[in-house]
Design a protein around this ligand. Structure first.
Ligand code: XUL
Length: 526
């Protein structure tokens, strides 16, 4: 059996999935996760973040990520999976985070002692002991500076796929250069979390893929390469410090002698790593345009493949490179489960009661609408939260339950229009995707078939599938993406089909919702 290993180094922990392929059949033979705080308490993280005084700052430790990978490899070995058949490894990582290495990294990586864990050996190669991560929001000034230097946020979004965002790597690098110019000058290479971990496995500097490169505000989306104007605006001499950008299926190298000796592993291919969102695209089976995924979790997200790099003119959506080539659109909503829970609790319901209440109200709520902004919203941008109702009684349980679900689906459909993709099929993931009443509203609003996906960690699975894809290509036996996902990413039986009449009704309601939203945002004056 040929094995492919996918890692996912996320905010709070690391996961691994081993895919076994025999003939043309592929299946998961190993799956496990560990939490950074529990597995490596000596780093002192809380939920994967180092404690600090400033709530806008979020940093973690690259050495922790390295040691966690090591622990995970040990636990795969201990599980009895025979890794001698390992052909390739790829990975997924939290996006935007950055790792700062000095010039010693090359020699240190090449001469690591297999008797010792990686973290302590790498420590002297860091020019910055901590890595800012995606939860950091301390760079508003640098965002404004970067946007101004390239002709404004619309110009930045048109070229890189996103307006300037605090968590994106370009503004983060700029802040580091401004605050710690000496440490910046001593930095030889700036990696993303993804390319840092690929570098560690290959024992030599690995490239960044376009999926994660597009999370920096520095990459020219359509060329899949750095945009010199943004790179120059971010910090001096930055072009010399950034790794190359290479297609997602590039083989960065083979597993270094360190890992081979330490865990008894073969000289497997190391494919370039990518961000967790691009990897999820593959792990959710979105390998053609027209398929979208909706993830209903703490926050709700909609994403899908786009052949062309269309950009959200309102500045809330993102375009990332897709691991299949092409692009992916992604829009995130902060009032996801949280908003559903607030309405559930308002009426003293459990989830079964929530479903019954949803079914008890008429689809469309007789034109009644609700804006579900219990906390500040990302899409559309709402800084001062507060729910609003139109034509809905505040004490009518079923109408409010339906109101929040319809608002979320109408908002998702409205704010993903910029992708200009007619979604015919939606794969639903995340906690609330178990609720078929909610998914029926999704199907009716989008006019698309909705299928529940049972995959637990689509980013990690996507990484394992990417390892197989990259390896097949490198061996001169390329496999198309349909073949890669077939039999591994299969939705559960029982798709929810849209009702034509209700879909037409929701098309009208969406216009009313858009107007209600615009009024609340002050875009249309009352
Ligand atoms: C995407 C983002 C998050 C992280 C989480 O822009 O910031 O989804 O990738 O790991």
């Amino acid at each position: 059996m040929t094995l492919y290993l996918g890692f996912d180094s996320s905010t709070q922990g690391v996961s691994a999935i081993v895919l076994g392929v025999e003939g043309d059949r592929a299946h998961v033979v190993f799956q496990s996760s560990l939490q950074f705080d529990d597995a490596l308490p000596r780093y002192g993280t809380r939920h994967g973040v180092l404690p600090g005084d400033d709530p806008s700052v979020a940093v973690s430790s690259p050495l922790l990520w390295a040691d966690a990978l090591d622990l995970m490899l040990r636990s795969i070995g201990a599980s009895g999976v025979d890794l001698r058949g390992l052909a390739a490894i790829a990975g997924s990582a939290q996006q935007h985070g950055s790792v700062y290495l000095n010039a010693s990294a090359r020699s240190v990586l090449a001469a690591m002692d297999p008797a010792r864990p990686p973290g302590e050996q790498l420590a002297r190669s860091l020019s910055r002991p901590v890595a800012p991560i995606w939860m950091d929001s301390s760079t508003s000034v640098e965002c404004a500076e970067l946007a101004a230097a390239v002709g404004g946020n619309l110009a930045l979004a048109a070229r890189t796929g996103s307006r300037a965002f605090e968590r994106f790597t370009g503004p983060q690098i700029r802040k580091f250069f401004k605050r710690e110019p000496d440490a910046y000058a001593a930095t030889d290479r700036i990696h993303l979390v993804s390319s840092f971990l690929a570098t560690l496995l290959a024992g030599a500097h690995a490239p960044i893929d376009p999926g994660d490169g597009s999370g920096t505000n520095l990459m020219d989306l359509s060329r899949g390469d750095w945009w010199p104007r943004a790179v120059e605006a971010a910090a001096p001499a930055l072009a010399n410090k950034l790794p190359a950008i290479a297609p997602s299926w590039t083989i960065a190298g083979t597993l270094s002698p360190y890992w081979q000796a330490r865990h008894g592993l073969p000289a497997a291919h190391v494919a370039v790593w990518s961000g967790d969102n691009p990897c999820s695209l593959i792990g959710a089976g979105l390998v053609r345009e027209g398929l979208a995924a909706i993830s209903l979790g703490t926050s709700d997200t909609i994403f899908g493949l786009m052949r062309e790099p269309r950009v959200d003119q309102t500045g809330t959506g993102h375009v990332f490179g897709a691991p299949t080539g092409g692009f992916m659109g992604l829009t995130c909503f902060s009032n996801g489960s949280l908003a559903r829970e607030r309405v559930r609790d308002m009426f003293g319901l459990d989830w079964a009661g929530f479903s019954r209440a949803l079914a008890a109200a008429q689809p469309g709520n007789d034109g009644g609408l609700l804006l579900p902004w219990f906390v500040p919203e990302i899409t559309p941008s709402v800084a001062a939260p507060g729910i609003r109702r139109s034509g809905l009684e505040p004490d009518d349980g079923p109408a409010n339950v339906r109101g929040v679900v319809e608002a979320q689906m109408l908002s998702m459909a409205l704010h993903s229009r910029w992708m200009q993709v007619a979604f015919d099929t939606i794969h639903a993931t995340g906690g609330a995707s178990a609720n078929r009443e909610i998914l029926q509203v999704t199907a009716d609003v989008f006019g698309a078939e909705v299928r529940q996906l049972a995959v637990e960690n689509s980013a990690c699975l996507g990484a394992a599938l990417r390892a197989r894809h990259a390896h097949a290509l490198a061996e001169g036996r390329p496999l198309d993406w349909d073949t890669i996902v077939r039999g591994v990413v299969e939705p559960l039986p029982g798709a929810l089909r849209p009702d034509r009449r209700r879909h037409a009704m929701y098309q009208d309601l969406m216009r009313a919702y858009a107007e209600f939203e615009a009024r609340a945002l002050g875009v249309i004056k009352n």
